[in-house]
Design a protein around this ligand. Structure first.
Ligand code: HAM
Length: 420
């Protein structure tokens, strides 16, 4: 029996990893250009970090976390998202002392025990970024504009930006009472989870996937955005105005509350018509209370995270990966002495910075030439007994078969010059 990978996980094989590398490099270059710096946090954290920040009634905490006890009986959880770990690192490392505004990004693997389907995995990857330290609407606009433009530069144009505001805590508290009053008389018509949510955490009703629950919400629920206070309204209006000035088209989605408890004010998602039912490329929002809730001094923040697999699915459909021409040199050495001399030449060429491979299977000339074609080598270097006896190697260009004999002592320098 061969062991199988765990359900909802993927192997990224060499043919595919080139696409990952392309995307990762693109993201890094782009975010560095926008003055974000990378932060890396551990694969697991104490469970309480997530229960406190994401919220015990959310799907992520209630159903999806990989939680285990270590040998010291401490409850640990494989990270299901990165905002809470980044805030933990921000506080623990006193990052507010380094700069008044912290701009960090991450590319990382995450774990959620969801029902796997296309675009939804149990181990998946996100890139994302956070701006910590400003409550002003320019920050919200920057976060949204930056990710929108990143997708556009990657070649994705079929994008829909949906935004909403869920207000400050005080406005939300008043609204939640209204929501409860409006829905309580219809409690029996909701699914059992929603009935529970109605008493425990009524905002989470908006996360329900059951169509009849959504229909009831459409018919009966007041919307948070209609109950914001003056400052929340002004903040949101300014975010919208700024997005308009930089031509980011958006739709107001009054039901967009996002499935994590730490949000306040601006929430947003960007979807792509090229994805199936899991159509969210990214989601994010403001979390002005999170740092204080985790024990820090009140510090506002906002960020976004995007599923790498989902971006790759879209790029795949758009065939938006640039061709990367091979620059491989394939060294064919035939016989014992040529193999030794070939190994030296291989090493010398690699020191020159060239991409060189040599056959380690001692195959025939024909088999090695076939392998060179398969590997899309641009050049082949042939070293046989006869060539070696003459103190030479042959450099062959694969595109037209042109052959150039070179003297062995100068071969590495000559080859480096000729293959440029
Ligand atoms: P989230 O909406 O839970 O937000 O996830 C963000 C993105 O991660 C989703 O839009 C989706 O592209 C991807 N994603 C989520 N779950 C899966 C999965 N099971 N398989 C594949 N992709 C998935 C957050 O995680 C917040 N921390 C975002 C944020 C950052 N808010 C503020 N700063």
């Amino acid at each position: 029996m061969i062991y199988q990978r765990v359900k909802g996980t993927h192997d990224i094989l060499p043919a595919e990893s080139a696409k990952w590398q392309y995307l990762e490099k693109f993201i890094r270059d782009y975010l560095h250009r926008n003055n974000y710096q990378e932060i890396r946090t551990p694969a697991f954290e104490v469970t309480e970090l997530f229960t406190r920040s994401i919220g015990t009634d959310t799907d992520v905490v209630a159903k999806e976390m990989y939680t285990f006890f270590d040998k010291g009986q401490t409850s640990l959880t494989l990270k299901p998202e990165l905002t809470a770990p980044v805030m933990r690192a921000f506080l623990q490392n006193n990052m507010e002392q380094v700069a008044p505004l912290t701009k960090v990004y991450y590319i990382d693997a995450l774990f959620r025990q969801e029902r796997p389907q296309k675009g939804r995995l149990r181990q998946f990857h996100q890139f994302g970024y956070e701006i910590i330290g400003s409550a002003y609407p320019e920050t919200d606009a920057e976060v949204i504009q930056t990710i929108y433009e990143l997708y556009r530069e990657l070649g994705i144009s079929d994008l829909q930006v949906r935004i909403n505001s869920i207000g400050s805590r005080s406005a939300r508290q008043r609204y939640l009472e209204l929501l409860k009053q409006a829905l309580q008389p219809h409690a029996a018509a909701f699914c059992s989870t929603c009935r529970e949510r109605l008493t425990r955490n009524v905002l989470r009703l908006f996360d329900c996937k059951v169509a009849s629950c959504q229909a009831l919400l459409d018919a009966r629920a007041p919307f948070l955005i209609d109950h914001l206070d003056q400052q929340d309204r002004e903040h949101f209006a300014e975010v919208c105005r700024l997005l308009e000035t930089v031509q980011v088209p958006y739709l107001l989605d009054k039901k967009l509350v996002r499935g994590l408890d730490y949000y306040s004010r601006t929430t947003f998602e960007i979807t792509s018509g090229l994805l199936g039912s899991q159509d969210a490329l990214c989601g994010g929002g403001r979390y002005d209370y999170l740092i204080a809730d985790l024990g820090g001094k009140p510090t506002p923040g906002i960020g976004v995270a995007s599923g790498m697999e989902r971006v790759l699915l879209v790029l795949e459909q758009l065939k938006a990966f640039p061709e990367s021409p091979s620059n491989l040199l394939y060294l064919i050495a035939l016989g014992e002495m040529p193999r030794q001399a070939g190994f030296q030449l291989l090493t010398a060429l690699r020191k020159q910075g060239l991409c060189v491979e040599m056959d380690f299977l001692r195959r025939s000339l024909k088999a090695q030439l076939r392998d060179a074609s398969r590997a899309q080598a641009r050049w082949v270097i042939i070293m046989g007994e006869d060539e070696l006896a003459r103190g030479q190697v042959i450099l062959k260009r694969m595109s037209d078969g042109q052959q150039t004999p070179l003297n062995l002592p100068q071969a590495a320098d000559e080859i480096a010059r000729l293959v440029q």
